[in-house]
Design a protein around this ligand. Structure first.
Ligand code: DAH
Length: 366
């Protein structure tokens, strides 16, 4: 049974159609909310009609009430459905507006290059990390004790003369300070601060008062130190042969250990690699000629003792080498001084792409 409409109000059916059309054409969530308030809000049209039910006679009220309830339910459902659609549209629009194209290539101006020294340190670190070494560091301004005395070079030792040391004003406690002449003091600091087993490399800046084609007052070295209860000269040889072959990427590179002397190692050796010279060129490999590249030896018991390590229980090896020198050899850089002239053309030519980190798995260089 259908109720009689009042002349100025639409039938519930017509009202429903009108509201559902309005809902369908609400263009955004705010417009939809207006439609909702106008229909189902406290003074909304459906609400007003429902409030008026009380004035009807019971029979009519029942029928009309049921009708209005259905209108209300259908309008509410339509509102809900439309809200879902509009929310999805709003999200899609926002995602489109906030989109970042991460596939863009790097801007052409990001053409910075890594200095060959940084690259070489990264390569050495990759090689030694594979062998279980960690990187250690020490200060550039050193105490005389760390740079010399603890390395078995007491104050009057002649080896001190060979270092062309830059001396600095004394420390407040009266002790002598120097710019470190080698990275070996990092050995001392490491042994004094941690118990064996020790397996470190220490790359860093070093200083000597010297300047010509093959010497600059600041240069770089890498130091290595292994201390435990069993390491012997055979391990030293194996480690350094592996280092040379991996770094220069020549599988059968001949490596020769020649007896030598350093105050801080006993026995001591210098290491040569195979090469040939001629026509202003140097080529590494099995060609019969030799080129010296590093110093090494078994850590002197006196050094262990001065660094608080018991020499009757512990032993190990150490080595040190110039980073510029091996970089020049590997990358064919003829003049050491150019490393520190900050010439961008040089850096563009000899530098490396920053994000290509060397690793033993991927290869050291590109
Ligand atoms: N410290 C030496 C130098 O500056 C290099 C060196 C040689 C370091 C032998 C060592 C080593 O640890 O065992 O010339």
């Amino acid at each position: 049974m259908s109720s009689t409409p009042t002349p100025d109000a639409p039938t519930p059916d017509a009202l429903k159609t009108e509201l559902i059309t309005a809902i369908g054409s609400a263009g955004d969530l705010a417009a939809l909310e207006e439609v909702r308030v106008a229909a189902l809000g406290k003074k909304g049209r459906v609400t007003t009609l429902m409030k008026a039910l009380g004035q009807l006679d019971p029979e009519t009220r029942k029928a009309r009430g049921a009708e209005l309830n259905q209108v209300k339910d259908e309008v509410a459902a339509a509102l809900e459905a439309r809200r879902g659609v509009l929310q999805d549209q709003a999200l899609a629009a926002r995602l489109a507006a906030e989109q970042i194209d991460i596939t863009l290539p790097p801007r052409p101006e990001t053409t910075g290059r890594l200095h060959p020294i940084s690259q070489t340190i990264d390569e050495l670190t990759a090689i030694f990390a594979e062998m279980g070494y960690v990187v250690a560091e020490g200060p550039d301004i050193e105490g005389d004790f760390y740079n010399f005395t603890a390395l078995n070079m007491p104050p009057e030792h002649p080896a001190r003369q060979m270092h062309d040391t830059f001396y600095l004003p004394d420390a407040p406690d009266g002790s002598q300070r120097v710019l470190r002449t080698h990275t070996s003091p990092v050995q001392v600091r490491t042994m004094l601060s941690q118990a064996p087993p020790i397996r470190i490399i220490a790359p860093g800046r070093t200083y000597r008062s010297d300047y010509d084609m093959t010497h600059t007052p600041m240069f770089h070295q890498v130091e290595g130190l292994v201390v435990d209860e069993t390491t012997h000269m055979g391990h030293l040889k194996g480690c350094l042969i592996e280092l040379c072959r991996a770094f220069f990427d020549v599988d059968d590179l001949p490596v020769r250990f020649r007896p030598s002397f350093f105050p801080f190692t006993e026995p001591s050796a210098e290491v040569d690699i195979g090469c040939k010279r001629g026509g202003g060129e140097l080529k590494l490999g099995n060609y019969g000629d030799w080129l010296e590249i590093l110093g090494c030896g078994m850590v002197h018991p006196k050094v262990l003792e001065m660094c608080g390590v018991d020499p009757t229980r512990y032993q190990g090896f150490a080595f040190g080498m110039g980073i510029e020198r091996i970089a020049m050899l590997k990358y064919g850089i003829p003049d050491l001084r150019t490393f520190f002239e900050a010439d961008l053309r040089w850096l563009r030519h000899y530098g490396f792409v920053p994000l290509d980190m060397p690793s033993m798995a991927q290869g050291l260089t590109w």
